[in-house]
Design a protein. Sequence first.
Length: 246
Amino acid sequence: MILLVDIGNSRLKWTQVDGGRLQPTIFMDYRQAGFSERLREFWLNIPVPKQIAIASVSENALTLLLVEMAQALWPGTEVIIPQSSPTAFNVKNAYTHPEKLGVDRWLALQAAHRYYPGDTCIVDCGTAITIDFIEADGSHLGGLISPGLLLMKKSLVQNTAALPFSEGQADTSLAVVSESAINNGTLLASAGLIETALARQPKAYRLVLSGGDGETLARHLTVPSIVDGDLVFKGLLNYCRNENAS
């Protein structure tokens, strides 16, 4: 068994790989009290992993906590922590300083190149919305970063005097109450960003969405898309298979 861990900006998710297949994903909010104890209880009740691969865009202390926990539970298990680099798995990083590209984006690019060959736009719809373009030959063109749906709403409410916060359903209609106006406005802002980024490219790109809001945004886009919530896990799995990463 292989254990894959993706530490995002607000939550951790992990999955097991058995027989080459990703098992159902477990989501945990690492900001909640008692997080480490709950995670340890989970991990005490799974088979001993042959390898653990961790992708993290959070603070180093959290990654260290997980590494120490894994080494205490399974002393002989290999721990793999990929880092962004100039090239890996036939993908070329476009960043001026390649190590500055978020490792989640880097892994998603590698997975998209492998599982969705061709000219592809990868959009991660999480705490932040990241948009990256990759050519069929593996050349990363660069990307965009914007606040995600929830972060956009919270920022608006926190910086205005009388606007209410709501996590209710959103659509693209004109609203007659402020809660819905905020939900619908932020949804349209994110959908518009994605569609405009695609429209401004000189050729067509396949659109692949991931992240917690991927399904929501896919329903309200006017362009076809594929939703794959496992892109980062698939990228991590490349490293566990000991394939040539250069």
